[in-house]
Design a protein around this ligand. Structure first.
Ligand SMILES: NC(=O)c1ccc[n+]([C@@H]2O[C@H](COP(=O)([O-])OP(=O)(O)OC[C@H]3O[C@@H](n4cnc5c(N)ncnc54)[C@H](OP(=O)(O)O)[C@@H]3O)[C@@H](O)[C@H]2O)c1
Length: 310
């Protein structure tokens, strides 16, 4: 990409899209295009084709999607499969037909089997059954990966697919019901700061599952590295390669928020997969590595939350 390339970031208001825009601006890119959801429904093929015809972007970061935690995924599987299939199909096809030089598709680590070998290498895709609670979302994402591979094979279209681990950072969804675990815990402990000393925060599961978390600014740098240097139909994992227990995560958040009362684990609620961490050798071979520690990332995310959400 050169400094006056037209770069379209789909999903500009989201956690990932806004981080990609921050990163591009910090590197001096000024010709950034977006399609705010308020004016554009990316599920609509005519809208998407019209946007590409008029604006003729050179590069596309595809970070628009319907995204949510376990609750939202199990309650609205139809919306998760429909919205994601439509958005990505419209954008990938329109990008190819309108001469886009390169497209980067954001998948997710939930495309991998429910019980993978740890750490999860890219070649474990489609080797055994998916986690049923979000399989509609995962199948849509797998279709996006396959579509990038098929357009590369048949048309020579330069499309690549990144599989990020759990992300967090400024712009995250802090809603208890639809958000992911890390922002939900921040909101939960922050929301309990002014309660009486007898207050107890109840946490889902027994806290033993291990998960990996990557700050979204590190992901944005990884996306840039891949846009500049990665040319392959093979998917590429992006994560820290390090996991923590949910108990350890909760301890950091308790410490950062300054919550002083009790909290307890509700072991009658399901834990989910015991361990999920990506093998990140492929992305590390491109000389990328995460720079923001979990503690630092939670501290800055909490500051952002207090200023913008709480
Ligand atoms: N968050 C994570 O932990 C995580 C982990 C791995 C991979 N990813 C991937 O990263 C990508 C972005 O995720 P995110 O966390 O940034 O999600 P997000 O914060 O929910 O952002 C999604 C973006 O897409 C937009 N959008 C959704 N439906 C749209 C539609 N029909 N028309 C136009 N715009 C629409 C949203 O606009 P509104 O907000 O206005 O609706 C928002 O700008 C996804 O592909 C996801 O799979 C995320």
């Amino acid at each position: 990409m050169d400094s006056n390339s037209k770069i379209y970031v789909a999903g500009n208001t989201g956690l990932v899209g806004s981080a990609i825009i921050r990163m591009l601006k910090s590197k001096g890119y000024t010709n950034i295009l977006s399609t705010p959801h308020s004016n554009w429904d990316l599920r609509n093929q005519e809208d998407v084709n019209r946007f590409f015809r008029i604006n003729e972007p050179d590069y596309v970061f595809l970070a628009a999607a319907k995204v949510g935690g376990i609750g939202a995924n199990s309650e609205q599987p139809a919306d998760f499969i429909y919205d994601n299939l439509m958005i990505q199909t419209n954008i990938i096809d329109a990008a190819y037909r309108n001469g886009v030089k390169k497209l980067l598709f954001l998948g997710s680590s939930c495309i991998y089997p429910k019980l993978p070998q740890i750490p999860i290498t890219e070649d474990q895709l489609l080797t055994s059954p998916l986690e049923p609670s979000n399989d509609a979302y995962a199948i849509a994402k797998i279709a996006g990966v396959k579509m990038c591979q098929a357009y590369r094979k048949q048309y020579g279209f330069n499309a690549i697919s990144l599989m990020p681990t759990n992300l967090y950072g400024p712009g995250d969804n802090f809603d208890h019901n639809s958000g992911h675990v890390l922002p939900s815990l921040i909101a939960k402990f922050h929301g309990s700061l002014d309660k009486s000393e007898h207050w107890i925060v109840n946490l889902w599961g027994d806290g033993s599952p291990k998960r990996e978390f990557l700050h979204v600014d590190d992901l944005a740098e990884a996306a840039y590295t891949c846009m500049e240097r990665y040319e392959s139909e093979k998917i590429i994992n992006v994560g820290t390669g390090v996991d923590v227990t949910i108990k350890e995560l909760a301890k950091i958040i308790v410490d950062v928020t300054g919550y002083k009362n009790h909290y307890q684990w509700d072991a009658s609620k399901p834990n989910g997969t015991p361990r999920k961490v990506l093998n990140v050798d492929r992305i590390k071979s491109l000389d990328w590595q995460p720079k923001i520690s979990l503690r630092e990332g939670i501290e800055s995310t909490y500051e952002w939350y207090k200023e913008n959400v709480a």
